[in-house]
Design a protein around this ligand. Structure first.
Ligand code: IPD
Ligand code: CA
Ligand code: CA
Length: 310
């Protein structure tokens, strides 16, 4: 466990050591469920949930309550404890459920801690005003990778300090995105996927937004964007990216918020270029048409006929 964290002489954390232990235990539970195989249920048309999501959220709720009895917990599977507390954990017990349910070994536990300012709780303040995210822990139990950060104390992967990549241009970047499992038909992201595929080294869609953000922080990706995320997907990842020197905003460059559904994270160097690309795409300028399957089939048939006649 300690091997996964920086040496105490490198940095003294306030919450991360305790929470890392909790996340690693949660990850071990996920791994055991994954190896045993679990039945899948539907939360929505294609929104999956398993006993692993529920059991691990129940474990995290208890473990966080035991260790931090005054903190609140806001979990994807329904936990809503002490939401007026000064500190609030955003908990995704299993980010990457669809991967998990299909035996695709890419998923994690994600825990982000928000410090709600006392003003935030004053009745006249907007209910959605954020406090700062002060701690983040993401654990990938299949690769045994632990990503942690605390505000002002840097971001770390398995004890090594992380820094975002230095790549200066989108054209030399590897980027990532994701697609929501709800309301897929009304999501425009396939057009963005297409455009960024043409403008970069490639786009990955690995199926865990929290790991996508952790990978931006660890320079494995230059950028990540997604429409329609939730704070349990992003709270921890936001802090990892920012503490690693990167940048997170909405698609129009506004500061990211915990309830921002649109998320654009990058190494910072390519952020202006990404924002400009989003602006152009939203206004319908410079769109490269997606080749239609029918046009491809017609071309293919014509080529076959030509080769037969040759
Ligand atoms: C999902 C994953 C996925 C993203 C979806 C999320 P879940 O979270 O992060 O990568 O594309 O939007 O809902 O449901 O596996 O916790
Ligand atoms: Ca999630
Ligand atoms: Ca989840």
């Amino acid at each position: 466990m300690n091997a996964l964290l920086p040496d105490r002489s490198a940095t003294e954390f306030t919450w991360v050591r305790d929470v890392a232990e909790i996340a690693v235990e949660a990850g071990s539970q996920l791994r055991r469920f994954f190896e045993a195989g679990v039945a899948t249920e539907y939360k929505g048309e294609v929104d999956l949930v398993t006993i692993a999501d529920r059991t691990v959220e129940a474990y995290l709720r208890r473990a966080l309550m035991d260790r931090f009895p005054t903190h609140g917990v806001f979990g994807e599977e329904g936990t809503r404890d002490r939401l007026d507390a000064e500190f609030r954990w955003y908990v995704d017990p299993l980010d990457g459920t669809t991967n998990f349910a299909h035996g695709f070994p890419h998923f994690c536990v994600s825990l982000g801690l928000e410090k709600q300012s006392p003003e935030q709780r004053a009745p006249e303040m907007p209910a959605n005003e954020d406090g700062p995210i002060v701690a983040a822990v993401i654990y990938d139990p299949m690769r045994e990778e632990l990503f942690v950060a605390e505000a002002g104390k840097g971001a770390w992967r398995n004890g090594q300090r992380m820094a975002v990549s230095a790549t200066p241009h989108l054209a030399e970047s590897l980027v990532a995105t994701g697609f929501p499992s709800r309301k897929r038909h009304s999501n425009p992201n396939i057009h963005f996927y297409h455009e960024f595929t043409l403008r970069s080294h490639g786009v990955r869609r690995a199926g865990s937004a929290a790991l996508d953000l952790a990978y931006v922080a660890s320079a494995r990706l230059e950028a990540f964007w997604e429409f329609h995320l939730n704070p349990w997907d992003t709270a921890a990842g936001y802090l990892l990216v920012e503490e690693a020197g990167g940048c997170v905003s909405t698609f129009d460059g506004a500061p990211r918020r915990l309830d921002s559904r649109e998320v654009l994270a990058s190494n910072g160097h390519i952020h202006a270029e990404l924002l400009e690309t989003f602006e152009r795409l939203f206004s319908g300028r410079d769109l490269d048409p997606i080749a239609s399957p029918a046009a491809y089939a017609a071309r293919h048939r014509a080529a076959q006929i030509e080769s037969r006649e040759a």
